[in-house]
Design a protein around this ligand. Structure first.
Ligand code: SF4
Length: 314
């Protein structure tokens, strides 16, 4: 991945407002290979944090993009680390967050939480203002089936790390639980997750279901009644619960290289075709650029649950 693709968007996010994405690792390097991952199977499983981009390069890219967006009159509310993999595999994420504080904006990190058992990772991530951690299951077998973790990871350790982080973190903590039909959507599974989440007291617990094309085509979305029951079960234990089921998809492109912009966003957020069409409105050669990306197979069309998505081909 070249440095110009470190930042993307902003994408309109229900959780964070207009969120400029920071993709701080190389394509699809992750500690998990979730069956529902919207950016496909993990290409490289890793569990040891290491160097990716220099924090100064991330800062430079954010500076460049924020200036371009400012010229276009596009507002940005938040800088969010949301790569196509696990952001805490970047051993310099703490330094990168620290440098981004320069912009005086809210900084968010969306992590799967699998490395928070490491004190240095907790310390680094705690520099953000808002952190979302993933907890899909508290049962080791189910966790292995859904999240397909790196073999060196232990669920007990991961959950303990999340608890310790939550206890010490002074910012806003959110959690995200993805329910997959037939795997973790039984009342007992949901209650167990809710019980764990109640211990860490998130400001908000989000309940999600796969709405974008998943890594494994057999992954199913729970029925509406299951989602409603899950909400009720969460509410019994947690103060703030919300569904995360909408398409966070109005987005902006800031750079001159439209092809690179589209590849940068779709690497992390598969977009519905209608979103891309509205994004291209008014851009000279917009349709030609899109057609060229489709013809060269850099972008592919995937249909899922009645929607057509443009997905970056890894
Ligand atoms: S959903 Fe997140 S944690 Fe799971 S494989 Fe994809 S990038 Fe990794």
């Amino acid at each position: 991945m070249n440095e110009s693709m470190i930042t993307f968007g902003p994408v309109a996010s229900r959780r964070l407002g207009s969120s400029l994405g920071i993709n701080n690792i190389s394509p699809k390097v992750c500690t998990y290979s979730c069956i529902y991952c919207q950016v496909g199977r993990t290409l490289q499983m890793e569990s040891e944090p290491r160097n990716f981009f220099a924090p100064a390069a991330i800062h430079a890219q954010a500076t460049h993009r924020l200036a371009a967006l400012n010229r276009q009159g596009v507002a940005v509310d938040c800088l969010t680390f949301v790569p196509d993999g696990e952001p805490t595999l970047d051993s310099r994420i703490g330094e990168a967050i620290e440098q981004l504080h320069d912009f005086g904006m809210k900084i968010g990190v969306i992590t799967n939480g699998s490395l928070l058992w490491r004190p240095e990772v907790r310390q680094a991530v705690a520099r953000a203002h808002w952190v979302s951690v993933k907890v899909d299951s508290v049962d080791p077998r189910c966790w292995r089936r859904i999240n397909r973790p790196h073999p060196r990871l232990r669920l007990e350790e991961v959950l303990q790390g999340i608890e310790t982080f939550a206890r010490d973190f002074e910012g806003e903590l959110a959690t995200e639980t993805m329910l997959v039909a037939g795997l973790n959507d039984k009342p007992a599974d949901i209650r167990a997750v809710a019980h764990f989440l109640a211990k860490i007291e998130p400001a908000k617990a989000y309940l999600a279901a796969p709405i974008r094309p998943p890594a494994e085509t057999w992954v199913g979305t729970p029925t509406e009644s299951v989602m409603t029951a899950a909400y009720q079960l969460f509410k019994e234990e947690l103060a703030q619960v919300e569904y995360l089921l909408g398409f966070e998809e109005s987005c902006a492109v800031a750079g001159e290289d439209l092809a690179e912009e589209l590849l940068g966003i779709t690497a992390v957020h598969p977009l519905r075709d209608k979103t891309v069409f509205s994004l291209l409105e008014g851009r000279e050669n917009g349709r030609q650029v899109l057609n060229a990306l489709l013809e060269s197979n850099k972008l592919i069309v995937v249909e899922y649950e009645g929607n057509r998505f443009l997905v970056r081909k890894m």
